[in-house]
Design a protein around this ligand. Sequence first.
Ligand code: SAM
Length: 220
Amino acid sequence: MFSHESTFELRERMVREQIRKRGIHDRAVLQAMLDVPRHEFVETRNVEEAYGDHPLPIGGEQTISQPYMVALMTQELALKGGENVLEIGTGSGYQTAILARIAGMVCTIERIDSLLAQAGKRLERMGYSNVKLRNCDGTLGWPEESPFQGIIVTAGAPGVPPPLLDQLDQGGRLVIPVGDRFIQTLLVLERHGKRFKKTRSGGCRFVPLLGEHGWEDDRR
Ligand code: SAM
């Protein structure tokens, strides 16, 4: 495994060729992408592909997102350090680790118990002490831990879940892919009083956000 390059060199190349070249400039985001060992968040059989320019399966029909998408969504949160951030869709825990390197606290919710347990173990082993994990429907948010200065949804939604808007702090930013079950637009909403300034940050393709304010789980 990784016979010719150290994993740090692989990350340097990933950041240079996949992330900086596509316009990601936030220094804290670039540093976090260099620091977090992505190969520790993928299944053993996919470890050789951990630094590839694409998502990878992580079990339960779910995926670890493409590195560029992780960087873009994190940059869109515009974190300065110290924020309380909510993540919906823990998955492998990779995005959680990137956030935990920049924010003060990361509250992360995953609906698949086995994925959450695995991610929790990984993050603990790696020494992240500023992460709280919860197994429930993330479309309801985490009211007890709100307000959040940043909210990131890493699954594709049919619309913006109203509880997430309620739990966003003044000046806070919510980053969420919204569209149909297969293709979405990345929306960024910034709260000012009762108003939300909306911008679009390109097209994307995520697994569906299931739950009360998401898509129906059609296997039920
Ligand atoms: N951020 C993850 C990572 O870095 O590995 C990738 C997340 S994956 C693209 C989307 C995740 O959202 C899946 O693990 C899925 O189970 C989860 N998910 C979908 N609907 C959810 C909901 N209502 N609440 C919490 N998690 C949800």
